[in-house]
Design a protein around this ligand. Structure first.
Ligand code: IMP
Length: 430
């Protein structure tokens, strides 16, 4: 039987989802984004070509029907700019390959203003957001005052919705010393871009229902990672959406019974960009080396990522709350040549030993990792395409991760290149 697959990050994002989703989308009929916005940065390397996607589902590059679901917050200007940029790279983007949910909420310039102003105001307590207006847009969505895609095509309701939205933002902006909003301009700008978006807009849930009836394979493409989930992550140092697999259903308009296999993407070590607790963070040359070899700089913001050892406690927890069936391990080659490798297998908090990550912020910041040390390997794993290309210690490391996390490894990615992938279990062939 063919299955639908959900791909989620099982750490703090940047696990290499883009490459895995690209690889899997070759086997899928449809690719759907279900949360987040243009805070995501998915890099796809196909031969000579490098595609950097933020809002477009990775399936567009392979010409698959790619849908932006209702759970995504959409900056219309960013979307149009990305469509143009990727089209200019020779990718065909038209209504046969791209659909945008009519009930998705929009990110407006006022959200970006608010994001930046709040971060400035917070000083050392800042979240370290991507500055894309993600949080404020989701706030307006659950506050029931968001402008949604469908509103762009109904002048009268757009006007009254802008009024309502401005009433809320006026007070916020005054408190943060931001200039007043020009409502007329906002309305005119939205009316001007509406016709450009219109061809893509549709009830995305119907595409999913049709796919279900036709027994088509759907790939649900998550952004960020489970440790950035608004409920299960390191709150408040999180993003403002649900990043767990359950969101794939509600964020696109289908039922949880249609999510058959959840593939969690993990890096062979850990990185984090932005503020917030990170128990296994390294501040020494080993951490620096990982950052350099792994080219750990943000795709969206260019910020250097913090680097540390693999944390089996956190990934195990992410697998449980995120509903992960199996794992794809990425960037193993970055550990090539590291003499001894640590894996976090528990935490010490005062005189207590914990086998999970608590929710209390103070505890999250103060747990000390308990490490198991394993021997590294000196050979290269870069570009390996089968188990026999991997050194024995690398295989041992992978097996130990499987054991500690309690989920099987389905795929190993050994370079950014599409074909450098070891397939253990095909998630689509459940
Ligand atoms: P926001 O999503 O821009 O509000 O940022 C909130 C937190 O999530 C910050 O720590 C960001 O660095 C982090 N974040 C957001 N998107 C990504 C991503 O795609 N990869 C990694 N971290 C992200």
């Amino acid at each position: 039987m063919m299955a639908n697959v959900v791909v989620v990050g099982a750490q703090w994002g940047d696990e290499g989802k883009g490459k895995i989703v690209d690889w899997l989308s070759d086997r899928a009929d449809l690719v759907v984004r279900f949360q987040g916005g243009h805070n995501a940065g998915h890099t796809l390397v196909v031969g000579e070509n490098v595609y950097k996607l933020s809002l477009l589902p990775s399936g567009v590059v392979q010409g698959k029907l790619s849908l932006i679901g209702n759970g995504v917050v959409v900056d219309p200007n960013a979307l149009l700019a990305e469509i143009e940029r990727i089209s200019n790279q020779g990718v065909k983007i038209d209504p046969t390959t791209l659909g945008l949910a009519e009930n998705a909420a929009l990110i407006l310039p006022i959200h970006q203003d608010l994001d930046a102003a709040r971060e400035n105001e917070a000083g050392k307590n800042k979240i370290g957001t991507t500055g894309r207006g993600i949080g404020p847009a989701y706030e307006d969505k659950v506050g029931r005052r968001a402008i949604r895609v469908a509103d762009l095509f109904d002048e009268a309701s757009l006007k009254s919705k802008i009024e309502r939205l401005m009433a809320h933002h006026r007070a916020l902006r005054a408190g943060l010393d931001l200039p007043p909003i020009d409502g007329e301009k906002l309305f005119a700008d939205l009316m001007a871009l509406a016709p450009k978006l219109l061809p893509y807009v549709r009830p995305v849930w119907r595409d999913l229902e049709q796919a279900r009836k036709d027994n088509k394979k759907v790939l649900f493409e998550g952004a960020q990672g489970i440790l950035l989930d608004v409920d299960h992550g390191t709150y408040p140092y999180v993003t403002s959406s649900s990043t767990v697999a359950g969101q794939a259903a509600s964020g696109s308009g289908t039922g949880p019974g249609n999510l058959d296999y959840v593939l969690g993407i993990v890096k062979a070590y850990t990185t984090r960009v932005g503020e917030g607790p990170f128990p296994t963070e390294l501040f020494d040359d080993v951490g620096k080396g990982i950052g350099e070899r792994g080219r750990e700089f943000g795709t969206v913001t260019g910020r250097a990522r913090r680097c540390g050892w693999f944390d089996a406690i956190l990934v195990h927890q992410a697998c449980c709350v995120g509903g992960i069936t199996g794992l794809a391990l990425t960037k193993l080659d970055v550990l090539d040549g590291v003499e001894t490798i640590n894996i976090c297998v528990g935490y010490k908090l005062g005189d207590k030993v914990l086998d999970y990550y608590p929710s209390n912020l103070h505890a999250q910041a103060n747990v000390e990792p308990i490490y198991e040390t394993v021997e590294g390997w000196s050979e290269t794993t870069f570009g390996a395409r089968s188990w026999k290309d991997l050194p024995a210690n690398a295989i041992k490391y992978i097996r130990r991760i499987e054991e500690l996390v309690g989920r099987p490894i389905a795929l190993v990615s050994t370079s950014p290149e599409r074909e450098d992938t070891i397939l253990v279990t095909d998630p689509f062939a459940k």
